[in-house]
Write a protein that binds this ligand. Structure first.
Ligand SMILES: NC(=O)C1=CN([C@@H]2O[C@H](COP(=O)(O)OP(=O)(O)OC[C@H]3O[C@@H](n4cnc5c(N)ncnc54)[C@H](O)[C@@H]3O)[C@@H](O)[C@H]2O)C=CC1
Ligand SMILES: O=C(O)C(=O)Cc1ccc(O)cc1
Length: 360
C-alpha cells in the first residue's frame, strides 16, 4: 500500500522532503499557511496541495519553524487520530516537552531531525537530493510506539539518509556543538567584515568563504533555534569564550609584554583545532552528491555569461550550480560552474578549445 505523507510547512525542508518522497513512490500532500509557498512546492513536484477533501495521511511530518513546531504537532495528533506524527525542527527537547505537556496522544509522536539543510529558506531553495548521504536523527521518547519509530526510519531511509536514533537531550547537546555554535561562529566572524573598506574585503579568498558560508542563513530561523537550545549552546559558547580569552591573553603578551608563553598558547589553540577538524566525518552512509567546480574567466561584457552557459549546454554537460566571483575593480569575473566529477575534464577541455580561460 502506498504510504500517504502529509507535510505541514512547505519551505526548504518540507519541499525538499516532498520532492524526494514523491520520487520514491510515496503519496505526498502539502499544506502551509502561505498559499504561495504550497503552490510553489506543488509546482516543484513536492506533492499535491491538501484541501478539505484530501483523505487522512498515514504519517504527518511537520516542517514548520521551531517556535511553532510543537503546536503544529499537537494539532496534527488531534486532527488525524490514526497517523504517526513527526517534526523536523532543529531542536528536540523543547518540542518534546511541549507535546508531552499538551495531553495529546504522544505515543504516535516521534521527533526527527535531518542533518541537512542550506543557508537559504523557502520552497524555491528546495533540493531533491538534500538528504542523500546525510545523517537523519530519529528522536523517540519513552512512550513512542515501535511502529512510529520504524515509520520515521522508513522515511529517512527512503530519501537516502543514514538513520541515527538518539534521545532528545543527547541530540540537543550534540547539535549545539556541531551545528548551532558553528552557526554563531560563522555569523560572528562575518560580522567583523561589515565595516571593512572594500579594499580589504576584496582580498578575501576561499578560506573566508568556507568559514562564513552559513553566515548567510536566515536570522529568524536561527534566532528560534538558538533560543530553543539555549542551555546546551551556552555551555559550548563558554568553551569558545575560554579559547578566545586565551588567544587575547597571548596577543596581549606579544603586543604589550615580553610574550613569554604566547606562542605556545597560540600554537596550542591551532593544534587543538587540527584535532577537532580531523574528527569531522566525511560521507555518512551513502555517498552524497558531490560536485566539483570548474572556474572560468568571464569578460565583464554583455552576453558573455549567456555565451558561456550556452557552451556548457552544447557540450552536453549538466550544470548543477553556478556562482559568480567578481574580481575587484577588474573587467572580468570568474564563473564557478559545479558539475558531477565525471564531467570536469570533458568540460574543461571543451571550454578551453572554445577559447575560454579555464582555471585549475
Ligand atoms: N534550514 C535548514 O537548514 C534546516 C531546517 N530544519 C528545520 O526544519 C524546519 C523548517 O525549516 P526551513 O524549511 O528551513 O524553513 P522555511 O522558512 O524554508 O519554511 C518554513 C515553512 O513553514 C511555514 N509555516 C510557518 N508557520 C507555520 C505553521 N504554523 N504551520 C505550518 N507551516 C508554517 C512557512 O510558511 C514556511 O513555508 C525548522 O523547524 C528547522 O529548524 C532542519 C534541518 C535543516
Ligand atoms: O549547511 C550545513 O552544513 C548544515 O548542516 C545545515 C543545517 C542547518 C540546520 C540544521 O538543523 C541542520 C543542518
Amino acid at each position: 500500500m502506498t504510504t500517504h505523507v502529509r507535510i505541514v510547512g512547505a519551505g526548504l525542508i518540507g519541499t525538499s522532503l516532498g520532492i524526494a518522497l514523491t520520487g520514491k513512490g510515496f503519496r505526498v500532500s502539502l499544506e502551509d499557511p502561505s498559499p504561495t509557498a504550497v503552490r510553489l512546492a506543488r509546482d516543484l513536484r513536492a506533492g499535491e496541495v491538501a484541501d478539505g477533501h484530501t483523505n487522512a495521511p498515514d504519517v504527518v511530518v511537520v516542517a514548520a519553524p521551531p517556535d511553532v513546531a510543537a503546536e503544529v504537532v499537537v494539532t496534527a495528533l488531534d486532527r488525524w487520530p490514526g497517523a504517526v506524527v513527526s517534526d523536523v525542527a532543529s531542536v528536540k527537547e523543547s518540542v518534546l516537552r511541549a507535546v508531552l505537556a499538551s495531553g495529546a496522544d504522544a505515543n504516535r509522536y516521534v521527533g526527527s531531525h535531518p542533518m541537512a539543510g542550506r543557508e537559504r529558506s523557502g520552497a524555491a531553495a528546495a533540493r531533491a537530493d538534500l538528504f542523500e548521504g546525510r545523517a537523519w536523527v530519529v528522536v523517540p521518547h519513552e512512550s513512542s510506539t515501535p511502529a512510529a519509530v520504524s515509520c520515521l526510519r522508513e522515511i529517512a531511509l527512503a530519501v537516502g539518509s543514514l538513520v541515527l536514533v538518539m534521545p532528545a537531550h543527547e541530540h540537543d547537546e550534540a547539535v549545539a556543538a556541531v551545528s548551532h555554535v558553528p552557526q554563531l561562529a560563522a555569523s560572528i566572524v562575518a560580522a567583523c567584515l561589515r565595516d571593512l573598506p572594500e579594499s580589504a574585503v576584496g582580498l578575501a579568498g576561499p578560506g573566508l568563504r568556507d568559514v562564513t558560508r552559513i553566515a548567510a542563513s536566515d536570522p529568524r530561523l536561527w534566532t528560534q533555534i538558538l533560543a530553543g537550545n539555549a542551555s546546551a549552546v551556552r555551555d559550548v559558547m563558554r568553551l569558545v569564550r575560554d579559547q578566545v580569552q586565551a588567544v587575547i591573553g597571548a596577543l596581549d603578551a606579544l603586543v604589550d609584554a615580553d610574550g613569554v608563553g604566547a606562542l605556545g598558547t597560540l600554537s596550542g589553540v591551532l593544534e587543538a583545532g587540527n584535532l577537532g577538524h580531523a574528527r569531522i566525518p566525511g560521507k555518512h552512509g551513502a555517498a552524497p552528491t558531490a560536485y566539483e567546480v570548474v572556474s572560468v574567466v568571464v569578460p565583464d561584457e554583455p552576453g558573455a555569461l549567456a555565451r558561456l552557459l550556452g557552451d556548457v549546454g552544447n557540450a552536453g554537460i549538466n550544470l548543477e550550480d553556478l556562482h559568480l566571483e567578481h574580481g575587484l575593480g577588474q573587467a572580468v569575473g570568474v564563473a564557478e560552474i559545479s558539475v558531477v566529477p565525471a564531467s570536469v575534464e570533458p568540460l574543461r577541455s571543451e571550454l578551453a578549445r572554445l577559447g575560454w580561460r579555464v582555471h585549475d
